[in-house]
Design a protein around this ligand. Structure first.
Ligand code: PLP
Length: 420
């Protein structure tokens, strides 16, 4: 298949001229057509989606129940409210559903626009709680978003940070070494000076690194002992993708704060009611005020429960890892439907993503040399087989000496590198 097709290229060419960032999207434009894990582009090309819109589309394309929700709201104006100051019923419905799936002590949530803002407000509530705090703690290879506070704690790629001012923070290594490093920080600083520790239970953009058990359990012990708020960034890993509602639950840990977004359709900073500051300390005009987004998030939780999709996530995740291991890929890893493997170098990785795309399979890169596979929660065994066959065939092709992609697609290859 030649990508982008004629109709997609027309749109992409114009878009590139008008957008305010260096725009390097995948080489196709979505049409409205699709079903389940498949979608079509403007040229009628059919793709199998193992990216789930970067984990933000958990139920695939044209889900009938979600379409009914959209229909219900199609004749309503305004659809968007100044949600922190004016209440709508959808607030309550979403918060009730959300509280039914969060650990008991995390009994309140602040709704906001995006993942970065969910993180931003998670760190803000921790700072507000502790007047003596001077800095936060994050990890190497982390990704927490692109607003300045969240970006200060992001370390996956220097490109994201260059020249931007930072909030004060220290960085731990995402390995067992972190325990010693944290003890060392505590030797030279009082625990009160630490506003929070923030971590992804599986690092997403940084390479699908799974938190070592010894590290994460040790960190929780130290943070509990020293009363340091522990934030689990669940923007990518949460909402069921790990086979449990929150990825941190796979480690039997209850954090003090969680950030969620993506699959939830709105951002949410989740914690105990007591952690949140006085009125006005955190807010936003549109944060949590889009009726349709709230209703879609609520219905998404309902569908995951009703269809028992956590079971499917666990079952298909295991099957996917087994198939990838049979193909002899390096470092096949994952929990639930958060899966990845590693190629020998970045060129091979990028070549494989592009070749799969030419064969109708959408994958995402992560880190420098890894590929992540994060299909919708409704994925079936036969679709995993189809994806693995495409990966195998594509890998054989790109692995030949002197292999080079040809044509227009070469202009779109940067897109693989910078996806969050
Ligand atoms: N935190 C994590 C772990 C993420 O993966 C992302 C986005 O990929 C974010 C935060 C930022 O979310 P958003 O892009 O919605 O601002």
């Amino acid at each position: 298949m030649n990508l982008p097709g004629k109709s997609s290229l027309k749109v992409l060419t114009k878009l590139k001229k008008l957008t305010g960032r260096y725009f390097d999207p995948y080489p196709f434009v979505h049409s409205n057509k699709g079903n389940g894990c498949y979608f079509y582009d403007l040229d009628g090309n059919k793709f199998l989606d193992f990216s789930s819109q970067i984990a933000s589309n958990p139920l695939g394309y044209n889900n009938l129940e979600l379409k009914q929700v959209i229909k219900k709201y199609s004749n309503i104006q305004p659809i968007k409210y100044a949600g922190q100051d004016f209440a709508v019923e959808e607030h309550l419905k979403l918060l009730e559903e959300l509280s039914s799936i969060t650990p008991k002590n995390l009994n309140a949530a602040f709704l906001i626009n995006s993942g970065a803002e969910a993180v931003e407000n998670a760190i803000k509530i921790c700072m507000r709680k502790n007047e003596k705090a001077k800095f936060g703690i994050a990890f190497n290879k982390s990704f927490h978003g692109r607003t300045l506070g969240a970006l200060s704690l992001t370390n996956s790629k220097q490109l994201y940070k260059k020249n931007y001012f930072q909030i004060p923070n220290k960085i731990l290594t995402y390995s067992e070494k972190a325990l010693e490093e944290l003890e060392n920080i505590l030797k030279h600083n009082s625990s009160e000076e630490i506003a929070f520790i923030i971590l992804e239970p599986i690092q997403g953009e940084g390479g699908y690194n799974i938190a070592p058990k010894e590290m994460i359990n040790g960190l929780r012990k130290i943070t509990l002992k020293n009363k340091i708020p522990f934030i689990s960034d669940e923007v990518q890993t949460g909402m069921g993708r790990s086979g449990k509602w929150w990825c941190i639950e796979n480690f039997n840990i209850i954090p003090d704060v969680m950030s969620a977004a993506k699959a939830l359709q709105v951002g949410a900073t989740i914690s105990n009611r007591d952690m949140f500051p006085e009125p006005g300390a955190i807010s936003s005009t549109w944060g949590g005020g889009h009726k349709l987004d709230l209703a879609l998030g609520c219905k998404t939780i309902e569908i995951i429960k009703k269809k028992k999709l956590l079971n499917n996530i666990n079952k298909q995740g295991k099957y996917l890892r087994k198939r990838l291991q049979e193909l002899n890929f390096n470092n096949v890893r994952g929990i639930g439907l958060l899966n990845a493997f590693t190629l020998k170098n970045q060129k091979l990785r990028d070549d494989l993503v592009i070749e799969c795309l030419k064969n109708n399979l959408v994958l995402l890169g992560c880190g420098y040399e890894s590929i992540r596979l994060i299909p919708p929660y409704i994925i079936k065994e036969k679709e995993i087989d189809e994806a693995c066959e495409i990966i195998e065939k594509s890998y054989r092709k790109i692995n030949k000496k002197g292999f080079k992609h040809q044509g227009e697609i070469c202009n779109y290859m940067n897109c693989i590198k910078n996806i969050t």
